[in-house]
Design a protein. Structure first.
Length: 128
């Protein structure tokens, strides 16, 4: 028997305290679909909610079915200089596995500031 060919994609998840944004790409980086919390709910306070993240995961699964994608790499990103990833990321990854997608790997790609701009004040510091 021939082994069935599985199509692979990359899911980028950006979670902050205010929203959850998910983008599905193929391996070359071309965007296939994008779903955010604002497309699922109209309440601003609920956009970063784990329940809404579950609905985002279901919509992403519908897009993957249309394109025949069965396995995905997951890249999770939080806010730069934040304390961690938002509440929706865990629920979204869990929903993707429950919906039948094979998760190959999960990696954290949160940006870390290194140095930054020059601080205000001169040689003796800022005088308040």
């Amino acid at each position: 028997m021939a082994k069935s060919e599985e199509k692979t994609g990359i899911i980028y998840i950006y979670t902050s305290q205010n929203n959850t944004i998910t983008q599905l790409t193929d391996l070359s980086g071309s965007t296939i679909g994008r779903v955010s919390g604002g497309q699922v709910t109209k309440h601003n306070r609920l956009k970063s909610n784990p329940t809404i993240a579950m609905f985002i995961g279901k919509r992403i699964r519908e897009i993957t079915r249309d394109y025949g994608i069965t396995a995905v790499y997951v890249r999770v990103r939080g806010q730069t200089n934040g304390t961690g990833i938002g509440a929706g990321a865990h629920a979204l990854v869990k929903t993707l596995t429950k919906e039948g997608l094979k998760v190959i790997s999960i990696s954290d790609i949160t940006r870390v500031p290194r140095g930054g701009p020059k601080k205000k004040g001169g040689r003796r510091g800022r005088r308040v």
